[in-house]
Each structure stands twice: as C-alpha cells, then as structure tokens.
Write a protein that binds this ligand. Sequence first.
Ligand code: CAO
Length: 422
Amino acid sequence: MTKALDGIRIIDFTHVQAGPACTQLLAWYGADVIKVERPGSGDITRNQLRDIPGVDALYFTQLNSNKRSLTLDTKKQEGKEILEKLIKTSDVMVENFGPGALDRMGFTWARIQELNPKMILASVKGFSEGNAFEDLKVYENVAQCAGGAASTTGFWDGPPTVSGAALGDSNTGMHLAIGILTALRMRDQTGRGQKVSCAMQDAVLNLCRVKLRDQLRLDRTGILEEYPQYPIREDGKYGKFTDAVPRGGNAGGGGQPGWVLKCKGWETDPNAYIYFTIQGQNWANTAKAIGKPEWVEDPAYATAAARQDKIFDIFGYIESWLADKTKFEAVDILRKYDIPCAPVMSMKDIENDPSLRASGSIVEVEHKARGKYLTVGSPIKFSELTVEITGSPLLGEHSDEVLASLGYDAQQVARLHQEKVV
Ligand code: CAO
C-alpha cells in the first residue's frame, strides 16, 4: 500500500524524546527512518526506567516505533565515512544533540550541503540561534519554564507548575515535523534542501499564545475578568493581580468559565472529577441540567457578567449536584444538555478505554524482546492513509542491511563490527 512519505529516507540522529517523537511520526506516515545510535548503548532511553530487566524500556519503545536501527560510532573515521554515505543517499537528517555537538563531530551545515545539496537538516535545540540562553542544554521542564507555560500554570498560592503533557519535548517534535514537511515541499519547487530548526522554548511559547494575549490586556487594563483573581476581593482569597499574568488554577476562558469539579468518590479516587464549562450561549440548558431552571431568567444569574462574582458559589452548587454521580454518569447526563464537559481520565482509564483503542489512538504492538506493548498511535486520522504502527527496533537490528544497501560486503561488515564502528 502506498504511504504518504514513501521514498523519503530520514537519518534519525535523535535521542530522548523531542527528536524521536518527530521522526516516529514521519515513520508512521511512510518515511524510511534509520535511527543512528552509539554502538553498545544506543539511545539513553533504551535503559532508562526499565520495567523488565535487559529489555528496552517503554520510554524507548513508545517513541521509536516503525524505525530501523543502525549502530554507528560517528567519532571514528570509518563511522564518519558511513554517515557521509548515508547523507548522500538520504533526504532528511534530524538531530537533537546539545548545542554544537554535530559541528564538533565534523558535520557542520556547510559540510552537509557539500555532501548533499538536497539534504534537509532538521534540529531541535532548547533555544533559538542567537538567543541569550542558546548554549544551554534543555529538558522538558526547563523548556516549559522558559516558554511561559510554568508561570501561567498552577494555582495563585502555589509555585510555577509544569504540565504532565510534553509541551517541551513531543510538542517541539511535532512542530519540527511540520517544518520538515514544509522544507520537503519547498525542495520540490527549488531542488534545494535547507536547514530547519525548532527551539523548545519557541514551541512551548507557540502554545502559550493566549497567555501573551492576556499579558497585553493586563498591561492595558490591570485586570483579566475571566481569571479567579477577578473581581478583586479584599481578602485576596483567589489571589491578586500583579503586573504579570497570574496562575488561574483550572479556570476556563472568558464567556465560558469552567472548573474541575468533584464527583462521587472523590474522597478516595484522586481522579473522580469532571471538567465543567458554563458556556455563555448555553446558560438556559446548563441551569436546567443542574436542576436550577429558575436561574435561567433570574437577573442575578442570567448573564455571564452577573454570574462572575458568584462563579465559585455556582461551581460549589454544581458539586453538590454531582455528589451522587460518578464522573461517567455525570457526563452522560450533561451531554444531553450540550454542555462542554468530560471526565478527568486517569492513565488507567485511558489504558482501558475502548474508544481510544477502536480509533487507533492507543494501539498494541509486538516487540521482539518484550512481546506486546501498548503505545499511543497516530492522533491524526486520514481517509486515504492507513497508519500501521510496528514495534521499535532492537539496538543495531538493521545495521547489516543498511550497510549492505550502502555497498559494504559481508567481509567489510564483519570488520566494522570487530572494530566497533558499528
Ligand atoms: N557516536 C559517537 N558519538 C555520539 C553518537 C554516536 N552515534 N551520538 C551522539 N554522540 C555524541 C555527540 O557527538 C556528543 O558528543 P560531544 O559532546 O563530545 O560533542 C554527545 O554524544 C551527545 O551530547 P549531548 O549534549 O547531546 O548529550 P547529553 O546527554 O549530554 O544531553 C540533552 C542531552 C537532551 C540535554 C541535549 O542533547 C540537548 O540539550 N539537546 C537539545 C534539546 C533537546 O532536544 N532536548 C530534549 C531532550 S528530551 O527531554
């Protein structure tokens, strides 16, 4: 079956999460992704947080499906020569080493262009070129702090908080994938490759755009009406405005305030909650759903502005309505009233959710050493492309076949193994 990226060969010189997430996505859609790893150890995530002794960790298997693995010591002369051959025969090279590592290895952008002018070099770094922090190595949470997410996440009376979602890592990988596809399209037009880079700080910031919007509003007006800090209270119960966007807890946006609300069982189940949104244009239905039809016309409740100063009392009342309903029962009632809501899904719920499995958003795949494992499938669905997820490769599983495709005979391959080049 034809895959969208059939015929595109990618040198996957990535590690940990940000780079591998990018190349995995492209592999799902048909690119031939050759993961280049250090002989003996490979990507550090192969042995980080292992759940089965001696078997590639789930950290690795969930980020490297549909790839081939070539071990190569690119600090050895012959290793460099093999990488050069790969560069000459590939379309894209993706890397996310620390700043300057690729240059130190001898593969500057100028050298790569010399080897293959059609090559697209795609990089993830913590910060963009010329940024005051460009020399820093960066992991997920560092990026969340640098990109504006942490200062705007959490509660007003707590410290800046990082999200459990990989806003710095996988999100940057997704941004880079868009960059690579754009560069491939441009190459169709110009015949030339180019350098594409995405900084983790920038990818986080790109998701924090509405928080920058709020900063500009705060600069001008000194308040943000949809935040819990408004209206300003003498006792400062929900925090106070300063000159920077505050942390709004679980607040929703303007016109549709929302909150995480307790459901039956919350005393013992940390995820017995729903997210409940009071959509301005759906107030009549909302009031009826929660058993308060008299609030529909009551001027004290009828408009968003009237509800604002008692929004936490309203949420408190809804929690009393939810007290005898599980999160799933509550959503089953509220869906009939068109209320934007969802159960707070624990990872256990997600692991067992039949809908996510039916849609291929969660898939079970086979791994040579581990057997079956569960992983996240393609979040993007196509009408003309069937995405098949396969297990991640063992370290060096495809070294010999890749070397053969580059013209090395069996004897040469044996020598390269012996000399630990591969
Ligand atoms: N053969 C020989 N050497 C290899 C090799 C191979 N196949 N693959 C990598 N190396 C070497 C590199 O040449 C480099 O060596 P030098 O530092 O001597 O030049 C080294 O391995 C890799 O260095 P690194 O700085 O990338 O690795 P680290 O573990 O110290 O740092 C990380 C990890 C993620 C902090 C850093 O790579 C980084 O900041 N990357 C950019 C941002 C990023 O992607 N972060 C997301 C990571 S996911 O949380």
